[in-house]
Unconditional design. Structure first.
Length: 118
């Protein structure tokens, strides 16, 4: 998600600036070869390429949800991924440390759940 977001933003910036068309084409080609965001058998966004039993289900890290926040890959336009992100956050839980609490609040806001974002 992070790499796709970087490529997408770089391509957009090059288009706005009217520069780097060849590099943009290279990024577009590479973007198509990146592993997609997938939903596991439990309905959550997969954090890894393969499913496995998690040792710390409530771990505070949410890097597999970058596409929800601060990225834009997971949005109202992608309802299946949006639901997977919601399930991922529900399983992780709201109890966390400072920085990850702020990120989770932003993610709940992106999910349009103001009560959980508060």
């Amino acid at each position: 998600q992070i790499t796709r977001d970087l490529f997408r933003n770089t391509i957009a910036a090059a288009g706005i600036l009217g520069t780097d068309a060849k590099f943009s084409a290279t990024l577009e080609n590479a973007k198509g070869r990146l592993a997609p965001t997938r939903i596991g058998s439990d309905g959550r966004i997969m954090e890894w390429q393969e499913e496995f039993e998690e040792m710390e289900v409530n771990h505070r890290h949410t890097s597999h949800l970058w596409g929800l926040h601060p990225g834009s890959e997971i949005s109202l336009a992608t309802p299946e991924l949006l639901e997977g992100a919601k399930k991922s956050l529900e399983v992780r839980g709201d109890i966390s440390t400072g920085w990850s609490m702020a990120w989770k609040a932003n993610m709940w806001a992106r999910l349009r759940d103001g009560d959980r974002a508060e």
